[in-house]
Each structure stands twice: as structure tokens, then as C-alpha cells.
Design a binder for this molecule. Structure first.
Ligand code: PAF
Length: 300
């Protein structure tokens, strides 16, 4: 279904366009974004549509200063509202909410923010202190403004998804959170707004991230240690990929399970661009003492 989304930029306009639909008892779906939209976002919009049927789907487009650290890419983060509107229309979105910074933070930096707790300072949070405080604070504010029944986030930023679910549960926000599967290029690279920073050479090199993850997933029958070793062996074949972390956790980012569901996550710098990716990984009953490729080949 193609639409011409209504573009609103103030809280009052947003409330007005949603009031009638809410009164009619329709469920509201939301996809929070920072714009620079791509087909990965398109699939989040489709997921929101499936969840709310005829109800309105709202996409927010807001580059949130609170989640960028000093020296990060806040100023050069791509702002492409016209193209974003087109993509939203192609995916049947009803309302695009694109507020200014002062509309979201009228008093400047907020005095009350959402603390992510211990999960906010590991992995991405270790490299980007304060990042998830900024993410959770703006998501809580956007939830307050849109008051969605359902919100859809990509699994690509898996830690963000886990933290948002946690916030919704711990703070009783009453929003159903759906984590949508990552959309990939044919060579496996996860779609990301930041992929547009990659030059041709780095773009090709970046596909190594998904190969590393997939190698671990293929070897998961031998247990987490072996799978991680396989992933590291694959990584050693990659050129120009500067690893930040490669870890296996349980689905809630806790300790790695010997059996059952886990998650493998990677972050690496390719050229000047920091990329993240992850996959679900399942450890079956055959997990054994098979020698890890990590121990046979050594680490680099
Ligand atoms: O994933 C993003 O695009 C952002 O972190 C989010 C959730 C829109 C908050 O600014």
C-alpha cells in the first residue's frame, strides 16, 4: 500500500493527527528512527503495519543529540527528509513526526533521564559512554508523545532492543515492543544508515562481519567456545577490519549458555566507520569438548 504520509513537526500537530484515529479505537504503531532511511527501516514499517492493521503507523525522524558522544558523527549524520518521506510513503506510513531539537528538548538537556543500568555500560556502552542513556531517554519521550500501542525496532542494534524491552518492562510503559529481523545486502552486510560512509574498498571489506557471525552459527553444534574460535578464525582472513568486540551471550546479554539460545555480537571499525552486527545462535545437545579453532590456530 502506497501512501502520502502527513508530515508533522510539533507535539500539537502530532496529537491532532492521532486524536481521531485513537478515538476510533485504532491501535497506533510506531517506528522510531533517526532518518537516513533504507529498506531495513522499510521492513520495520511493514512489521508495524502488520501489527496494527488499519491503525495509523507513525515514523519518527529525529537525530537525537543526547545519544551522541563528543567526537561522534552527530554533525555529519545524514539528514535526508525528502527521501525519507518517499520511503515512508512506499511502505504505507500514515504520519511522519520530524521534530526539531527544541521541540523534543524545550528546556535544553533534560534533568531527568533514563538510566540503562548495568547492561548500558557493556559492549556498545563501553565504547560509547552515555549512549544508551540518550537512547532510552529519547525513546521514552517519543513513547510519551506518540503513545503507541506497538513499537518496532531492528534487531541490528541488538543491545538497544534488549535495553528498550527492559525499560518498557521495568518502567511499566505498556508498549508492545517488536524486534524485527535485520535486512541484509546480497553479500550479507546488514543495512545501516552508516553504510553510506563506506568507500568502495571498505564496503567490500565490511561484508566480513556477517561472514564471521555465520561461521560461528554454522559451528554452534560444537558449543560456544568452538563457535567463537571459528568466528575468530574467519576474522583473521578479513582485511581492514579492526575488531572492537566479538562475544557470545545469552539472548538477554547475560552469560553465554552451554546449550539453548544465544546471541553472537560483533563491533568493528572498517576504515573510519564503526559497524555492528549480530545473529541468533543455537547451541544444541551435541556441544562437546571438540578442540576449538581458537586454541589450534592461536589468536591474532
Ligand atoms: O536506532 C535508532 O535509530 C535510534 O537509536 C533511536 C531508537 C531512533 C533513538 O534515537
Amino acid at each position: 500500500m502506497t501512501t502520502t504520509p502527513i508530515l508533522v513537526s510539533t507535539r500539537a500537530e502530532l496529537a491532532a493527527v492521532l486524536a481521531e484515529r485513537r478515538t476510533a479505537g485504532q491501535r497506533v504503531g510506531m517506528v522510531p528512527t533517526m532518518g537516513a532511511l533504507h529498506e531495513g527501516h522499510g521492513s520495520l514499517m511493514e512489521t508495524a503495519r502488520d501489527a496494527v492493521g488499519d491503525g495509523p503507523v507513525v515514523v519518527s525522524v529525529f537525530v537525537n543529540p543526547l545519544q551522541f558522544g563528543a567526537g561522534e558523527d552527530l554533525d555529519r549524520y545524514p539528514r535526508t527528509l525528502d527521501a525519507d518521506l518517499e520511503l515512508c510513503g512506499a511502505h504505507g506510513v500514515d504520519v511522519v513526526f520530524a521534530p526539531s531539537v527544541s521541540e523534543v528538548y524545550p528546556g535544553g538537556d533534560p534533568q531527568v533521564t533514563v538510566e540503562p543500568g548495568p547492561l548500558g555500560s557493556i559492549l556498545e556502552g563501553a565504547t560509547r559512554p552515555g549512549h544508551y542513556r540518550g537512547v532510552l531517554t529519547v525513546v521514552a519521550k517519543l513513547f510519551g508523545l506518540v503513545r503507541p500501542d506497538v513499537a518496532v525496532f531492528g534487531q541490528k542494534d541488538y543491545q538497544q532492543l534488549v535495553l528498550i524491552r527492559r525499560m518498557v518492562s521495568d518502567l511499566c510503559l505498556g508498549v508492545e515492543v517488536i524486534g524485527a529481523e535485520t535486512v541484509r545486502e546480497p553479500d550479507g552486510l546488514a543495512l545501516s544508515s552508516r553504510n553510506r560512509y563506506l568507500n568502495e574498498v571498505d564496503r567490500e571489506r565490511a561484508s566480513a562481519l556477517s561472514r564471521v557471525l555465520n561461521r560461528a552459527v554454522r559451528d554452534a553444534d560444537h558449543g560456544p567456545e568452538f563457535a567463537l574460535g571459528s568466528a575468530r578464525a574467519e576474522l583473521r582472513k578479513a582485511r581492514g577490519v579492526n575488531l572492537d568486540y566479538l562475544v557470545i551471550t545469552d539472548p538477554d546479554l547475560g552469560a553465554v549458555p552451554e546449550q539453548g539460545e544465544g546471541r553472537i555480537l560483533i563491533a568493528a571499525r572498517v576504515g573510519t566507520t564503526r559497524l555492528i552486527d549480530n545473529l541468533p545462535i543455537h547451541f544444541g545437545a551435541t556441544a562437546s569438548t571438540t578442540t576449538s579453532p581458537n586454541t589450534t590456530e592461536g589468536d591474532s
